[in-house]
Write a protein that binds this ligand. Structure first.
Ligand code: UD1
Length: 415
């Protein structure tokens, strides 16, 4: 079990390089299964979720090699259609192999996916769409067996714009006879990135960036080379860290267009943020509370930025109210922030944060990926020493986290 030892109280100052987006590369790696071929993916972050995706590809019979930020995959020889439970349990995005395997082989066997515990994370919307395409499924205890002799074109109206369901349905739709229309599709930039990759492979998909996607099934897909977009959640985390420590950071390789909701909140709080095409410069001398901060599907305020920004607001002047509308249990970081002296009152969906002048160090345990990042941010702004255990949560999504923070003046050690 890993831990970070942090001595806080110093403003972060310097430059960080934003890596490729976790939430893009995982669907892209699942998508390589659909057509079979050789793929080179650039800008892959060195995080454990990518290692898990590569392990899944190997179990399915593919070759997968990593060389720094470049991953080479050959899915031509894939033959297995079953993902073992221990790999499914490692991350939520393993569910995306369901649509990919169905498209390639017409059958897939998986178990319930793992990932961060954020409340209930059902897959009913994924299954609703797959059933409309003609797939049948059955549960045998924890195992889900899905099969379709043919997948057919249809219109799927999602009751909620689920990111994962949209991605899974795009992948399955690639093998449909006819056209699939997904209404109320998620509009997160990572969906557009997946579509960009699939188009480079020869797929015919219209509606990128909108809530209505049209996928023409049956196009011949081939291998390709593709670079994934920068990670907007990693960038949001560093923006929040700069605000929390009253620091100054240059985020190199970040795309500000994807971060408007977060930038707007921090600017309202008093941060000065300069946006260039692939760089964001943030400076914070004084932070005021902002209210309300309501999470919403893109282009609203992202649920993944809620915990990091809450850590910053813990020392803002005034009262911030957060409303979490996406997940039912996404305030699991609150007890740790309170242990560091934050004044937060939370119900299931709301958190009222009364800013204090200073947090103090504490020993806490990371609860999930973004919640753990929030604890690191709080510890960086706190007086004294903190110890944050279970850093494997952060390793799932942040490449060289401690190292990047250290290069900006943070006193943080991985132990
Ligand atoms: C993805 C992101 C995650 C982000 C989330 C919301 C990846 C790998 N993860 O997760 O970082 O926090 O989007 O932006 O891209 N739901 C259902 N039924 C379903 C599917 C989802 O009820 O079949 C509900 C979920 O329980 C949740 C909400 O819809 O309350 C949002 O989930 P979804 O958009 O699917 O998130 P993920 O794809 O799991």
């Amino acid at each position: 079990m890993g831990a970070y030892q942090i001595i806080g109280g110093r403003p972060l100052e310097g430059a960080v390089q934003i890596h490729g987006a976790k939430n893009s590369v995982l669907p892209v790696l699942a998508a390589t299964i659909v057509g079979g071929g050789e793929y080179t993916i650039h800008n892959c972050p060195e995080i454990s979720d990518v290692d898990t995706a590569l392990d899944i590809l190997r179990v399915l019979g593919c070759t997968a090699e990593r060389d720094g930020a470049r991953v080479c995959v050959d899915t031509s020889a894939a033959e297995n259609r079953e993902i073992p439970e221990e790999l499914m349990k490692k991350m939520r995005a393993a569910i995306l192999f369901l649509g990919a395997l169905l498209a390639r082989f017409g059958t897939a066997t998986i178990s319930a996916p793992g990932g961060c515990v954020l409340g209930e994370r059902p897959i009913n919307l994924h299954l609703l769409g797959l059933r409309l395409m003609g797939a049948d499924y059955e549960y045998d205890r924890e195992t889900l067996r899905c099969r379709a002799s043919t997948l057919r074109g249809c219109t799927v109206a999602l009751p909620f714009p689920s990111v994962g369901a949209t991605e899974n349905l795009i992948l399955a739709a690639l093998a449909c006879e006819g056209e699939v229309t997904i209404c109320n599709a998620a509009k997160e930039p990572e969906i557009a990135d997946l579509i960009g990759f699939l188009r480079a492979c020869g797929a015919k998909i219209a509606g990128t960036g909108t809530s209505v996607l049209q996928i023409v099934g049956g196009a011949a897909l081939h291998g390709t080379e593709y670079g994934v977009m920068p990670d907007r959640m990693e960038a949001a985390t560093y923006l929040a860290a700069a605000a929390a420590t009253r620091g100054r950071l240059v985020l190199q390789g970040a795309n500000p267009a994807h971060l408007q909701a977060v930038i707007e909140i921090l600017e309202r709080g008093g941060c000065e943020i300069a946006q260039q095409q692939d760089e964001i410069i943030v400076r914070c001398d004084r932070l005021r509370a902002v209210s309300p901060i309501v999470t919403a599907p893109y282009d609203g305020f992202p649920t993944d930025a809620q915990a990091p920004v809450m850590a910053a607001m813990a020392t803002a002047e005034g009262v911030s109210v957060f409303e979490e509308t996406i997940f039912s249990d996404r305030f699991r970081h609150v007890p740790a922030l309170r242990a560091m002296g934050a004044r937060i009152y939370a119900t299931e969906r709301h958190a009222v944060v009364t800013g204090v002048r200073r947090l103090h160090g504490a020993s806490v345990e990371a609860t999930d990926l973004r919640g753990g990042a929030a604890m690191v941010i709080a510890a960086l702004s706190a007086e004294g020493e903190s110890r944050i255990t279970k850093t494997e949560h952060m390793e799932r999504g942040y490449a060289s986290f401690a190292q990047a923070l250290r290069s900006c003046g943070a006193q943080i050690e991985s132990i």
